[in-house]
Design a protein around this ligand. Structure first.
Ligand code: ATP
Length: 255
């Protein structure tokens, strides 16, 4: 091995944020934020309201341009220089908090539409889809526990099932990194537990970043936690480590 290669990490992080700052009218939503996600890692992001969690996801997905800092996907894609569609195609999927499924279409057709991407709904549904795509959809239906609901209108699903369908709509696009914003808000305890299982399963093949306030859920994920506060990383470690951190208790957990 050459002397040069000794110091190089074996693999680039899937996500590299360094010194990211975003200012809105003089207010620092992100303040020199730095964070690394290893390939295959799942990370939970917690922090009080206004800590910058959504703004961070906006930077990663190209929705918001930082004034300062470096943001890279898999070492080479500069996330500060591409638009949302390019970044999504490059392999970053984002699940927003509120489900936005097509209620009048079946669960299956929602996944067909998601594979096709943002095109005209009717031309997509009336064009034949390839057997390979049907196989992919059926595999995703199993993963998101909706096989039995395959031919039901999405509008009939429970709130939790709609969230899983929307996660499925991202999975059919085969993202390498999945960003998930407050997936269990409004879910029953059973749905919350099932969602933790679901994300752990997804994490076997993809990297995941999940923002969530529900500590029972975060504990069930059993992954490294990053605490954001005032636009920077306040603490990082296991949930037990960050929950016993004095600063974290002061600004977040002890409220
Ligand atoms: N477009 C914007 N214009 C002005 N201020 C903004 C804008 N977007 C976010 N902010 C402010 O930046 C700060 C960080 O907001 P952000 O939504 O990223 O926090 P968050 O951690 O996601 O909070 P929550 O847990 O409430 O979702 C907040 O004070 C917010 O009001």
């Amino acid at each position: 091995m050459s002397a040069v290669s000794v110091d190089r990490p074996a693999r680039d992080p899937i996500l590299y944020l360094d010194g990211i700052s975003v200012t809105f009218d003089g207010f620092k939503a992100l303040n020199a934020l730095s964070l690394l996600l290893e390939p295959g890692e799942m990370r939970a992001i917690i922090g009080p309201n206004g800590a910058g969690k959504t703004t961070m996801m906006d930077v990663i997905t190209g929705k918001t341009r930082p004034q300062k800092g470096t943001a890279r996907f898999k070492g080479n894609l500069d996330l500060t220089r591409h638009d949302e569609a390019t970044i999504a195609r490059a392999g970053i999927g984002r699940k927003f908090q509120k489900p936005t499924v097509f209620e009048n279409h079946t669960v299956f057709d929602n996944l067909v539409l998601a594979i096709a991407g943002p095109r005209d709904v009717f031309s997509t549904l009336f064009r034949s889809i390839k057997p390979r795509q049907i196989e992919r959809i059926d595999a995703v239906l199993e993963t998101v526990r909706l096989t039995a609901a395959r031919d039901r209108p999405a509008g009939d699903l429970s709130h939790g099932q709609k969230q899983w369908l929307e996660i499925g709509m991202l999975l059919v696009q085969e993202p390498e990194l999945l960003l998930v914003d407050e997936p269990v808000a409004g879910m029953t305890d059973l749905e919350t537990e099932a969602t933790a299982d679901l994300l752990r399963e997804i994490n076997k093949t993809r990297s995941v970043m999940v923002v969530e306030h529900d500590m029972t859920f975060v504990r069930a994920l059993n992954v490294k936690v990053t605490v954001l506060h005032e636009g920077s990383v306040l603490a990082e470690g296991s949930l037990d480590q960050v929950q016993s951190n004095e600063r974290v208790i002061e600004v977040y957990l002890g409220r």
